[in-house]
Design a protein around this ligand. Structure first.
Ligand code: ATP
Ligand code: MG
Length: 495
């Protein structure tokens, strides 16, 4: 290692380890952070394990939070800007006993040895501990060949997979999640144990399943993740609705069955690094196609009438059941409800575009466009941004832009009547348009003091002269407005 190279281990973490060691305790980094460090990824959080007991840990740091029944103490770092360092979790060595409910150990026993602590961990790649010296790795404790599994990119349980999944069924979801996050394969005994024990996932709280499921969606390979959940028999326990799309053939532009189409749509959202909401909407947008499919003899095609409306309800039901946040449920079901906005009209009018903005909400409209793009790519059509889509995007911008208008002025007709002491009539409009023209030339003059002064001057002009100035202003306004729209069209390369 070059001397100048910055240690990948942040000083905040080193300080916690050193404080424990100076007080005479052992301290190791362990779990996901070690795995990520050795694999060359940036850790999402830092876990320290020690033979110190919770009260002893708390005694060593100024600000701590005692977290849960497992004895974890979070050491709080308020100064750091890095979220991953704001709280560093320190957990006493633990030994876990029986799990009669397949999710929580019946009781937690603290232990004196790091070996016990490594033994209770889920996968070999998560069961490596490292000690530090001067902020760099000193010793590596790898009792289960985690290093080798990192090297061969393999996810394997610590100990017999059947036992470990029997203890805690969430580990089955974690195996799939880590596999897609890291791009690792699940070792074959581990894999077959999941296939055998998948029923036990029913014992796990839906919130914990949801969190792992969300991480699978947010990984780079969500399509593969969901295929694994399906083939291992896990998916049917929490989103059986998705599997109804398997083998449901479509016609018209579709090459794929509903299931494959939804997964491809989702994968495109991941390829684009789009949000969880977009990924969920891409995954569920055609969820009601299986139950709405009918064959039309007239056209020799399948139809799916109402699948957007029913699908939106279905999506809400699923997300509600999985206890997603209210905001996510509302937004995703809205995106599913309106995902057909585009295909139903060949001849798009600006008022139809405006209606759609009202339906889906201005704040969601661009996400809806992205769901639409996912839908398109998921169909197997190669072009992501064809003319029709770009045209729609241009019209959206046109509908949502702040139009050039007299409202931009820091004066209005009422004020002009007041300061110039003239009645309502065409003269007011002429003055407004005349000052508007001047403001377009020099926006800095758009202040109430200046405009009131100018209005008074304009009001004194002969009628004909003022009328001409007003007309010039009106013309200019129309030209500017046209230019605005042209700019937008140019941006999207449409006419
Ligand atoms: P991430 O990168 O998402 O944080 P992680 O593996 O670090 O992944 P955490 O939930 O932070 O996941 O858990 C930290 C460590 O605790 C794991 O690496 C593993 O050693 C252990 N662990 C977590 N959950 C379990 C479990 N259900 N059974 C056994 N060990 C677990
Ligand atoms: Mg972690």
């Amino acid at each position: 290692m070059k001397m100048a190279e910055k240690s990948p281990i942040p000083v905040e973490v080193t300080r916690v380890v050193e404080a424990l060691e100076s007080a005479g305790f052992q301290a190791y980094l362990v779990g996901g952070c070690v795995r990520d460090l050795l694999f060359g990824r940036k850790p999402k959080d830092w876990d320290v394990t020690t033979n110190a007991k919770p009260e002893q840990i708390q005694g060593l740091f100024t600000k701590t939070v005692y977290e849960n029944i497992y004895g974890t103490v979070a050491v709080i770092n308020e100064e750091t800007a890095d979220d991953t360092l704001k709280n560093i979790e320190v957990t006493p060595y633990r030994l876990e006993s029986s799990y009669s409910d397949r999710r929580h150990p019946d009781h937690v026993t603290f232990s004196e040895t790091i070996a016990d602590d490594l033994q209770r961990r889920d996968f070999t790649i998560n069961a490596i501990a490292i000690s530090l010296s001067n902020g760099a790795i000193k010793d590596v404790i790898d009792l289960y060949e985690g290093f080798k599994d990192l090297d061969t990119r393999s996810i394997r349980t610590v100990g017999k997979p059947e036992d470990r999944f029997n203890e805690d069924a969430l580990r089955m979801m974690r195996a799939v999640r880590l596999s897609v996050e890291l791009g690792f394969t699940i070792e074959k005994h581990t894999l077959s144990a999941i296939s055998t024990l998948n029923d036990h996932i029913k014992d796990i709280s839906i919130e914990r399943i949801r969190d792992e499921f969300s991480k699978i969606l947010m990984s780079k390979n969500p399509k593969q993740g969901i295929e694994m959940l399906h083939s291992l028999g896990l998916l049917k326990h929490f989103i059986p609705e998705l599997e109804k799309g398997i083998g449901v053939e479509q016609t018209q532009a579709h090459k794929y069955d509903v299931w494959e189409h939804l997964l491809r749509s989702l994968q495109h959202a991941a390829d684009k690094d789009w949000s969880l909401d977009i990924r969920l909407a891409a995954l569920f947008h055609d969820i009601a196609k299986p139950q709405t499919r009918e064959f039309s003899r007239a056209t020799n095609q399948y139809t799916f009438y109402g699948h957007d409306v029913i699908g939106s309800r279905e999506t809400r039901k699923i997300l509600d059941r999985m206890k997603f946040s209210r905001a996510t449920i509302d937004k995703v079901s809205k995106l599913v409800r309106w995902h057909m906005f585009f295909s139903d009209t060949e001849q798009i009018t600006i008022s139809a575009v405006r209606r759609m903005i009202v339906n889906v909400g201005q704040e969601n409209i661009w996400d809806l466009m992205n769901v639409r793009i996912c839908d398109r790519i998921g169909t197997g059509r190669p072009k992501e941004n064809p003319y029709r889509l770009r045209k729609y995007q241009a019209m959206l911008e046109e509908a949502m832009r702040d139009p050039i208008s007299l409202h931009m002025l820091k004066i209005d007709g009422k004020k002009i009547m007041e300061v110039c002491n003239i009645p309502a009539g065409p003269k007011i409009g002429a003055i407004l348009h005349a000052v508007f023209n001047e403001i377009l030339e020099n926006p800095l003059l758009n202040t109430s003091e200046h405009l009131e002064q100018r209005a008074k001057e304009l009001a004194m002009l002969p009628e004909k002269e003022l009328k001409a100035l007003g007309e010039a202003g009106e013309l200019k306004k129309r030209e500017e407005d046209k230019k605005d729209v042209e700019e937008i069209r140019k941006k999207y390369n449409v006419s």
